[in-house]
Structure formats: structure tokens, C-alpha cells
Design a protein around this ligand. Sequence first.
Ligand SMILES: [Zn+2]
Ligand SMILES: [Zn+2]
Length: 432
Amino acid sequence: MANYQVPRGTQDVFGKEMTKWHVLEELIRNLCYVYGYDEIRTPEFEHTEVFHRENDSSDVVNKEMYTFTDRGERSLTLRPEGTAGLIRSYVENKLYAHPDLPQKFYYVGPCFRYERPQKGRMRIHHQFGVEVIGEKSPLIDAEVILLGIDLITRLGIQDTKVLINTLGDKASRAAYRDALKEHFAPSVHELCGDCQRRYEQNPLRILDCKVDAGHPALVSAPEIHAFLNQESKDYFDAVTRILTSSGIQVEISDRLVRGLDYYSHTVFEVVSVNKEMGSQATIFGGGRYDELVEYFGGPSHSGIGFGMGIERLLVALDAEGIDISDEEPADVYVVSLGKEMLESAFQLAAMCRAGGYRTELDYTGRSFKAQFKSVDRKGAKVVLMVGESEIKENNVVVKNIATQEQLTLSTDQLIHQLDHWLDENHVCEHEH
Ligand SMILES: [Zn+2]
Ligand SMILES: [Zn+2]
């Protein structure tokens, strides 16, 4: 039997819910404008190797990707996250050669992951992300985190905490990795299958395992901070210091390693502490990457970014009782006094729309009463009425709902009258 329902883990967005997306997207664009971050759009699918890099241990890459062979026998993957494709683009388009570094980007678009769907975790989810590439400075790490916090603060979200950790530079991480291998060697056979793979590929990620979280070997695992060299320590101290002096309370979380393998130095998560968020509490998270640009064939540029799930953010807003929906009323409703007036009403509506006014009209010649019910429901501020005598004289009756003022005008005066009633910025250049 045909299945005409949305696929599992996907949803339709419409009506009031859609207006929330518009409000969010506009806020994102304004905020990124203020911070000087430019939008970048990369394809929704890429060659599989863009995401599936050598020796990657992450679940996202190993278990959750939508990979398919196209009609040209290419292996393509729907992007599971925003960073890899953006870095591919940064290298392919030689954006690293720009005289002003770092380059600062943002994106908003869908990501695809084959996961068990939950509230705030969809198989198609939309991500707002930023990436700042080409320079390395604790100021940049702090700025990226502050930009994300700025957005959720402007939305009114309050129940959050900022978790931050460092994975150190390559040398620190190598030392830590050796220590973890030694530490887990006697118990690795007791850990889950994923951890056995992680043990070989990236033992840091064992610390992240939800299945083995309570295992004594995880509880007693050494902490990264004992293996950091001075440079890595200084870098991390600077990031936390700048955040603190910017008024952000941070919590250093030793076990935070994030779900992707390419991170070094700063990793962070801003999580909701609202009870209704349950296990899907991360509002945004990200980190610095030192080797990704080189991996794609570019120079040794470092970058940092975060991803924020729009659907998850909307759940967080609901959890805190914040309603950002925004249903715009109509400016004008054109009422026809009889079926014969429909086409004249249609032309008047076109005129109002050309003047920039959000205009509704009756399409089928319903009763006067039914049309006025629509006027109410649409919240129209001005009603135009067209009857036989008005059409003959090229006139229209206009009524301002708020003031109840009603005028009969020639149609060439119509837009000017609407400007008077509806446009606060209207400056009149002549007497009337
Ligand atoms: Zn495990
Ligand atoms: Zn005027």
C-alpha cells in the first residue's frame, strides 16, 4: 500500500510554527550581520569521503549517515553536519587566500542523520552554524561562543549552562591518548562494541560513551588536564578568562570531548538545564579544529565553529514558555459587493500589493457577511468595498477599521490614502 505520510524522523512545518522559523532566521541573519559573519551555502550532499574521513571513530560518521550511489555510480552522502562541507569549500574556492583572516562564515540549512527520532532530534534537522577559519586566537574562540549565547539570550532563554573543556594541541592529545590506551588496556574487553572500536581509533571518545558511563574504568580514567603542555594550558586559560570577563559563567567539564574526531583545543556545549529537555539538552556545541583544512588539501589553517539545531532550539523555547510566533495581520481586504465585481476587486488588490500592502480578497463571490468574517479573521486594518456604482465612476470605498472612518475615493488616490493610514513614515508632499 502506498505510504503518503512523512518519513519517520521528518516533519512538515506550516502555519504558526513556520512563523517561528522566520523570526529565528531573521534574528540569526541580523546577529551575524552585526558580528560580521557572512553566509555561505554549500551543497546538501557531498562526495562521501568529505564526511567519511580516514580512521574516524564518530557515531555520526560510522552509523548515522545517509549514503547512496547516484546514477553516475558516485557515492554521495547527505550532509550529517555543517563543518566538513564548509571546509571543503574553503579549500576548493581558495578562501584561505583572502587578505583579511580569519574568514567568518555562517550557514542555515538541513542536516541528515539516521538516528532514533526523539523530541528535538529529527532525521532531517536544520542547523545554524558558524565557522571562523584562518587565524587562531583565544579571542576568536570566545567570540564564537559569545555569538551563540547572544542569540539564545536575545530569544529569552535562561535555563542554560556553558560547559567547556580543552583537548589540547596535537602533542598533548597524543600523550593523553597513550595514557588512556594504557589505562583501558586491561578492561577494554568489558566495554561496549563501539568502545572497542574507539579504543583503536580514538580512545578519547570512550569517555563520551553513554553505555559505559558508570564503568569503573571510565570513572577512574585520567583527565586531559594532567597531560596538557604549557601552550595548551595558556590557550585554554585565556579562553575561559575572556569568557568570564565578558560576563559568562563557564563550567569546566573534564569529560566533554564532543562527538566528532577532528577537535583540538577548545570544545564547548551550551546545554539547557530545563527539566523538560530530557536527554536532548544540548542547544549548541562545537570546538576548534587544527588539522581539518590541511586534511582537505589547504594550508595549515585552524578554525572553530558550532552547530545549533533549530528544531532543538524551538523545543527549548517551548520548555521555557517563550512564544516567538508572529502572525502578521493583513493590511487590506478587498470586499466585492456581488460576483460581477470580482475582477475589478482583483485589479484593486493587485494595485494595493504593488504599493507594498499585504492584501487579501474574496475569490468566489461569497456573501457580504462571509467576507466580513474573513476581514476579522485576517485582522485586516483597511477594507475596500467595490460595488457597481463605484466601478462605473472608477471609485472605491475605503474604511479604516480602527477609526471607523469611511471615504469614497477615486482609485488613483487609493494608495496615497493607504499610505496615510498604514505607513507611519509617510511624508505628505501636498495638501488634501
Ligand atoms: Zn562504550
Ligand atoms: Zn499624504
